[in-house]
Design a protein around this ligand. Structure first.
Ligand SMILES: [Zn+2]
Length: 399
């Protein structure tokens, strides 16, 4: 039996990247290599479309922190440890702590928006180069920036909560209002933190200076705050109609006088609609991601160290299919040597590219270079049409 895919943090130190081809160290060299990557027909009669796989590095320019520093270690908050799924499910106290921190962190996440890198991916889609995006990010920036290109959110999304009993989803915005209503003193604290500017920065030193500690889940650390007082609502559907246990009896779903979930409830627990560490990825999402790899001819990896196994194995799957892979990431990538070990040393980017440059500038410039190329090609086609008066333009396009 195959083991289920679990999301587990990978904390090994990653080796620094070997830039490929060597000319891709400079911005012009990297652009040239990526142009070769997109222009060359993929080998083995693979389709000509490209699938993109992204991670936290792409959202850094939106003001969201990355989990990993250049050497692959957690860098934002040395003491930060993500909550595990079993802790969230098993402990009322752990959920109070999670939702209190999430309550404070939500406004900065909510204020953040897609950056130039996300819009460059939209533009690459408009140029016909990208068909699907697979992201590990839970910030919903991809669907916001390019609703036309389908996005598979491998690790879920923070824009909704999901009931762990009935699986119904609810908007996170409304949940935030309910949390504010159930926790008026915390709502005051949030107003003060927002007024002090502590939540306007992702710089941990600056946040600490202003009295807050934060980590990349949009989560704020307040060691002195009494998490035990925090209250969170129950799933309204399970409250109205408690689900049945396997033995046919109904679960208990209890709330206090204001609607906050209380013990001894055994169901109706709301959770962020993200795949927590130690939680399995939904099988339909996993299958869709594999199909996205299998129906493309190239893989472009952006802003991720492929530290989660679920993402790494998609890149491995692409490699096993013979797909050229381009990786744009600051810092090392898990097992990247094996993605580039068999490339011809003379290749210019058509077999694979490894670049270590910031994504927002590189991708934006790549789009404008490719647009220039597309415009020139379309001019040549027009001239050919005018001079020969026929539609046999394919020779021009292939020359
Ligand atoms: Zn429910």
């Amino acid at each position: 039996m195959r083991k289920p895919l679990m999301r587990i943090p990978y904390t090994d130190i990653l080796a620094p990247p070997a830039v490929t081809p060597a000319s891709a160290r400079s911005l012009p060299g990297a652009l040239a290599a990526l142009k070769h990557f997109f222009a060359a027909p993929p080998p083995h009669h693979l389709p000509t479309s490209t699938v993109v796989l992204t991670g936290a590095g792409l959202s850094v320019a939106s003001g969201l922190a990355d989990y990993r520093g250049p050497n692959g270690t957690y860098r934002v908050n040395k003491t930060y440890r993500p909550i595990y799924h079993y802790e969230f499910l098993g402990s009322h106290e752990a959920r109070k702590r999670y939702w209190a921190r999430s309550f404070l962190g939500w406004s900065s996440l909510h204020k953040a928006s897609p950056n130039a890198g996300h819009y460059a991916i939209r533009d690459l889609g408009e140029l016909g180069l990208i068909r699907t995006v697979i992201t590990q990010n839970v910030d919903s920036f991809h669907p916001e920036a390019h609703p036309q290109i389908p996005t598979l959110e491998l690790h879920g999304y923070l824009r909704a909560t999901v009931c762990t009993s009935c699986r119904r989803e609810f908007p996170r915005d409304e949940f935030q209002e309910q949390l504010a209503r159930l926790n008026p003193r915390w709502a005051d604290l949030l107003r003060e933190a927002l007024a002090s500017g502590a939540l306007d920065t992702e710089d941990p030193a600056e946040r600490r200076y202003k009295g807050l500690k934060s980590n990349p889940d949009g989560d704020v650390d307040l060691p002195e705050a009494p998490y035990t007082t925090f209250r969170y609502p129950a799933c309204p559907r399970c409250l109205a109609d408690p689900p049945r246990k396997p033995d046919g009896h109904r679960h208990a779903v209890r709330v206090d006088s204001q609607g906050a979930w209380t013990l001894p409830s055994t169901a109706g627990i709301l959770k962020p609609a993200v795949v927590m560490f130690g939680e399995s990825i939904a099988s339909n999402v996993k299958t869709a991601a594999e199909q996205a790899i299998d129906s493309a001819g190239r893989l472009l990896v952006i802003g991720t160290s492929l530290a989660t196994y679920s993402a790494w194995r998609l890149a491995k799957r692409a490699k096993d299919r013979g797909m050229p892979i381009a990786i744009v990431n600051m810092g090392g990538v898990r097992g990247e040597e094996q993605f580039f070990a068999d490339l011809d040393p003379q290749q210019a980017g058509e077999q694979g590219v490894r670049v270590e440059l910031s994504t927002d500038q590189l991708l934006t410039e790549l789009v404008s270079e490719l647009r220039k190329g597309a415009a020139a090609a379309s001019d040549r086609v027009s001239v050919a049409r005018a001079s020969r008066g026929n539609l046999n333009v394919f020779n021009d396009m292939l020359s």
